[in-house]
Ligand binder design. Structure first.
Ligand SMILES: Cc1ncc(COP(=O)(O)O)c(C=O)c1O
Length: 362
């Protein structure tokens, strides 16, 4: 007799599971990990102290509405506290939005090199993912809108974008909002906002404030160096918050994360130092990488994207870097098989990386 196995609903086994940045190299005791856009300086000492303080409270459930954190975020970013939703990383906020708005057969629209987390949870809702071409590795509003159809429920734009490092201007986002039908949600993912140093970039918080269909997300994983704790948030219209709150699990934002995130916001010096490291190093990377003969464009995030002549060369470079103890990210699954993404690290790590790439034979 054959045993009938539990069968995942249709489409689940077609989803390519997310593959995170590697953290080990066989035979290398302490590799330099520049593959996940983490903060090279770690988190603030204040956040660590708050995390320690949370130890005594671990037997308690966290505040289910993250009220102290809610107030801290609202004050820091000048937002209405009741328009915030917290998640186990901003990834969970995307998943909540997808679960709330997508039915089977609906679709989301994003750029062809857009962040994979939007897609995975949309596919889990049996929705389709429509990818707009990104000429010059940059999201174009006309191309995004060209993908929108009567089944589209959410458009995702990461600004700045990972892994390309490109960004959209406030004028472009206003244009998108004006031309997007009002029943479609526009999610602006600002995971890398704090690293931007471009006069042609602005946060979408003010745009979202007066809109009924814009959600802006942020994370504590990047500039605040709390990736391991998993905490992020969305700023959304009240109607969206009210819908999401019905399916948000009661204690999705864990207690140490809430403690540490509040403290992280209070340490402006750590935020500034972390940004300065990235702002100082990005141009040094452009110069050094170009001098080695590879293509690299301006990035607004805490990472740079190195473009090799083809996939084979990118793969060889990646292998070479690993033999030198450097872990970077080959971003083939973002539709960029000829590229390696490198997170800005500490001085010695960045210098070491450039020297290691310099010994790559090509
Ligand atoms: C564009 C973008 N959005 C969101 C995230 C996820 O952030 P979180 O750690 O808050 O889930 C990342 C992480 O790499 C990212 O690159």
């Amino acid at each position: 007799m054959t045993t009938q196995l539990p069968t995942p609903k249709s489409g689940i086994l077609d989803i390519a599971a997310y593959v995170g940045g590697k953290s080990k190299i066989e035979g290398v005791a302490e590799p330099v990990k520049l593959s996940s856009n983490e903060n090279a300086f770690g988190c603030s000492a204040k956040a660590l102290a708050a995390y320690d303080e949370a130890r005594a409270k671990l037997f308690r459930y966290p505040d289910g509405h993250a009220n102290p954190l809610r107030d801290a975020v609202a004050a820091y970013h000048d937002l209405e506290a009741n328009r915030l939703v917290f998640g186990n990383g901003s990834d969970e906020v995307f998943a909540l939005l997808n679960q709330t708005y997508l039915e089977a057969g609906d679709n989301i629209v994003t750029g062809e090199h857009g962040f994979l987390a939007y897609r995975i949870s949309a596919l889990a809702c049996q929705a389709d993912v429509k990818l707009a071409p990104e000429p010059d590795q940059r999201v174009e509003i006309d191309r995004l809108l060209a993908e929108v159809d009567d089944k589209t429920k959410i458009v995702y734009v990461s600004n700045p974008a990972n892994p390309t490092g490109t960004w959209n201007t406030p004028e472009e986002l206003v244009d998108l909002r004006e031309r997007l039908p009002s029943h479609i949600l526009l999610v602006v993912d600002e995971a890398y906002a704090e690293f931007v140093d471009e006069p042609t970039w602005e946060t979408a918080f003010p745009l979202a404030r007066h809109s009924e269909n814009i959600v802006v997300t942020r994370t504590f994983s990047k500039i605040h160096g709390l990736a391991g704790l998993r905490i992020g948030f969305g700023y959304a219209p009240l109607s969206v918050i009210e819908a999401i709150e019905r399916i948000r699990l009661p204690f999705n934002a864990n207690l140490p994360a809430q403690y540490a995130a509040i403290a992280a916001l209070s340490d402006q010096a750590h935020i500034d130092t972390s940004k300065a490291q990235v702002v100082n190093w990005r141009p040094r990377f452009y110069q050094a990488i170009r001098a080695l003969g590879y293509r690299i464009e301006v990035s607004a995030g805490n990472f740079v994207l190195i473009q090799f002549k083809d996939e084979a060369q990118a793969v060889r470079a990646n292998e070479h870097l690993m033999t030198k103890g450097f872990i970077v990210r080959h971003v083939a699954n973002y539709g960029l098989p000829h590229c390696l993404r490198v997170t800005v690290g500490k001085d010695v790590e960045n210098e070491g990386f450039i020297a290691a790439l310099g010994t790559f034979a090509g």
